[in-house]
Design a protein around this ligand. Structure first.
Ligand code: GDP
Ligand code: ZN
Length: 322
């Protein structure tokens, strides 16, 4: 074994057993998963995984000899039959939720949902309001005060004027980021303007990930050009990740501005929807917590309750456990 070279790499994409990984010196090489690792590993390989490679003794081809521990993962819990869990990407650092200031109008319920999904996956959420050139910036700044108050960084950007793009780029450099948001808000435009040469069409690629041959794997990583490194993850979309499987009682903490009040409610199992003596609702009434954010919470909570119901009846019917 002394003639074996080993090196570390990041898994970029893969289909049906053939994976590609990027080594420290920037080469992208095809890699295979050795049967030994497949059996020994407690989890399945996913894009974003850091791996150790060993060169085949004959040279020229690389095998994954070890999957290194993950610092995070973006997980899709299947709502339908099976209730399985699938890792869309490993080692994701942050979720960048992009909305347009206008054209299309910001979809705040969707924003809240994506932020909650990021929180549930313990990923750092970041808010970007793009197309700021089309509106009055000060008005937009105030419009998103609830999000700053909740502790989120809100970037106001314009691909047209370059406004806010240096700061956003600095926040991306060296990190693994997932971009999400409705189509047409400027995700591809932003990424391509910050990283000339990336040539990314976010929507288009996501569709190909969804419908195409990458289906079995769930996502791919694009290395960011430039010395600072970092990656953009293309996944089938956080919409599909959903909050399925999150215990409803874990949802309140996914709204960071609720956290200070959660222990103050009269009932320990308060759902913060209708109970008397609810400190979260009191904070809404006194203006400390945004009513719109609380409404988003209530809506998501309702959905999770329905999902739990469905799971319970499925488990009863099938006599199976998760
Ligand atoms: P995506 O679907 O989120 O990837 O959105 P695109 O990047 O494809 O952008 C959708 C449209 O918005 C395109 O016509 C862009 O030229 C336009 N656009 C993107 N960013 C801006 C911006 O900051 N200001 C203005 N005025 N238009 C923008
Ligand atoms: Zn409460």
């Amino acid at each position: 074994m002394t003639d074996q070279v080993s090196l570390h790499a990041v898994v970029l994409h893969g289909t049906g057993g053939v994976w590609h990984a990027r080594t420290g010196d920037g080469r992208v090489v095809p890699v295979s998963l050795s049967g030994r690792v497949k059996n020994a590993s407690s989890f399945k390989l996913a894009v974003g995984d850091n791996v150790a490679l060993e060169e085949d003794t004959r040279g020229g081809s690389w095998r994954i000899s070890e999957i290194l521990p993950r610092r995070s993962q973006l997980t899709r819990r299947e709502p339908g039959a099976g209730f399985g869990e699938r890792v869309l990407a490993a080692n994701v650092d942050q979720v960048v939720v992009v909305m347009a200031a206008i054209k299309p109008e910001p979809h705040l319920r969707m924003l809240d949902r994506f932020l909650a999904i990021a929180e549930a996956n313990e990923l750092l959420p970041r808010v970007v309001i793009n197309k700021i050139d089309l509106v009055d910036e000060e008005g937009t700044f105030h419009r998103f005060a609830d999000y700053r108050h909740a502790g989120y960084t809100v970037h106001l950007t314009s691909v047209k004027t370059g406004r806010g793009m240096n700061e956003l780029r600095q926040a991306m450099d060296g990190f693994v980021s997932v971009y999400t948001g409705p189509s047409g808000v400027g995700k591809s435009s932003l990424l391509n303007a910050m990283y000339p040469g990336l040539n990314l069409r976010v929507g288009e690629i996501s569709e190909s990930v969804q419908k195409g041959r990458h289906t079995t794997v769930g996502g791919l990583l694009h290395p960011l050009p430039g010395a600072a490194g970092g990656y953009v993850v293309d996944t089938p979309g956080l919409r599909e990740v959903g909050l399925w499987g999150l215990p409803p009682a874990d949802l309140p903490a996914c709204f960071p501005e609720f956290r200070a009040y959660l222990r103050e409610c009269r009932f320990a199992d308060c759902t913060h929807i209708a109970e008397p003596g609810c400190a979260v609702r009191a904070a809404v009434e006194s203006g400390q917590v945004s009513r719109a954010r609380h409404e988003s919470y209530a809506k998501l909570r309702g959905e999770l309750g329905e999902a739990e119901e469905a799971l319970a009846s499925y488990t009863r019917r099938d006599g199976r456990r998760r």
